[in-house]
Design a binder for this molecule. Structure first.
Ligand SMILES: [Zn+2]
Length: 268
C-alpha cells in the first residue's frame, strides 16, 4: 500500500504552508518553508541499503567532531560503516551507532573496534541515554520525521542535535541536473533550511549552526564539463586550466555549493 499526500494539504514539516506543484513531478513544494515532499511516501526497502547506499568520509564529520567533548554521550542514526565514529575515536565519550544495514554494521564492528563504541542494528537496543544526536543524510529518508524524532526525544536526554541533508543550494541543483539519488524512493524530502528550522522548533529546539559544504574539485569539474560548450576551441585545455585554478582555492574561500547542508540545534 502506498501512502500519498493529497495535493493542497498542509506541509507536514512546517505546518504553516500548503503543498503545491513545484518544479519536480515526484515532489510537492511547500509554499512557506520551500521543503519538497515526495508524492509517493513509500520508503525504499531496508534491504536496498546493503546494495546501493554510499558510505565514506564526509565533510561534516570533522565539523561536528569539533563540537564533541569528553563525557558526551553520542547517538548516531544511520552510522553505516562507522566513518563518523572513527573521527571521534580519540575522545572520551560514549557512542552508540545505529543502522538497519546489517552488512554496514558488521564492517563498523570489524573495523572500528573500540570499547566505548557500540554498533546496533535496531534503535530499540540503544540502552544508554544520550545527550547528543547525530544523523548525517538520514532524515530525508524517514516518512514521518517529526513523529519519529518526537518518539526518540521522549526516550532520551538529548539536548544537541546535528543533522546533515543534501545541500538545497548545491551547484548541481541550481543547474537543474537530475541526480537520481535525490528522488523517491531514495529521498522522501528535500529539506530547506527554513523547513528544518520549523520542524525542530515544533520539537522544542533552536538552530545554533547552519553551514554548507564547500564545492569539491570533482563537483567543479562536473559543472565545468556541463557548462563549457562543445564548440569551444581548445575546450579540453580550457577545462584543465579552470580546474587547476579552482583546485588552488582554499576550502574556506570556496563557494558553499557542495553536497551537504549541516544544521545544529539545541534545546530552546
Ligand atoms: Zn513547509
Amino acid at each position: 500500500m502506498s501512502m500519498k499526500h493529497p495535493t493542497s494539504s498542509t506541509c507536514p514539516i512546517c505546518h504553516i504552508g500548503t503543498l503545491t506543484e513545484g518544479q519536480e513531478q515526484e515532489y510537492l513544494l511547500c509554499t512557506h518553508c520551500k521543503t519538497e515532499v515526495a508524492i509517493n511516501m513509500e520508503p525504499r526497502p531496508a534491504s536496498d541499503y546493503e546494495v546501493v547506499e554510499w558510505y565514506g568520509p564526509r565533510w561534516e564529520f570533522d565539523v561536528v567532531a569539533g563540537f564533541i567533548r569528553d563525557g558526551n554521550r553520542v547517538l548516531e542514526l544511520g552510522c553505516g560503516e562507522g566513518h563518523f565514529s572513527r573521527t571521534i575515536l580519540d575522545k572520551g565519550i560514549q557512542y552508540q551507532g545505529v543502522d538497519f544495514n546489517c552488512a554496514a554494521i558488521m564492517t563498523a564492528k570489524n573495523q572500528v573496534n573500540q570499547t566505548s563504541h557500540r554498533y546496533l542494528t535496531d534503535l530499540e537496543l540503544a540502552s544508554t541515554p544520550s545527550d547528543t544526536l547525530c544523523a548525517f543524510h538520514v532524515i530525508e529518508h524517514i516518512p514521518e520525521p517529526i513523529h519519529f524524532l518526537r518518539d526518540l526525544l521522549n526516550k532520551n536526554q538529548i539536548n544537541r542535535i546535528f543533522f546533515s541533508v543534501p545541500n538545497p543550494h548545491r551547484a548541481t541543483v541550481r543547474m537543474a541536473l537530475r541526480e537520481k539519488w535525490d528522488y523517491p524512493p531514495h529521498h522522501l524530502y528535500r529539506f530547506s533550511e527554513s523547513g528544518l528550522r520549523e520542524m525542530m522548533r515544533t520539537l522544542g529546539f533552536k538552530v545554533i549552526l547552519v553551514a554548507c559544504e564547500p564545492m569539491r574539485n570533482d563537483e567543479f569539474m562536473e559543472i565545468a564539463e556541463h557548462r563549457t560548450p562543445q564548440w569551444m576551441p581548445h575546450r579540453r585545455e580550457t577545462i584543465g586550466a579552470l580546474h587547476r585554478c579552482f583546485s588552488k582555492i582554499p576550502q574556506k574561500y570556496r563557494p558553499r555549493l557542495g553536497q551537504a547542508m549541516l544544521m545544529a540545534f539545541a534545546r530552546a
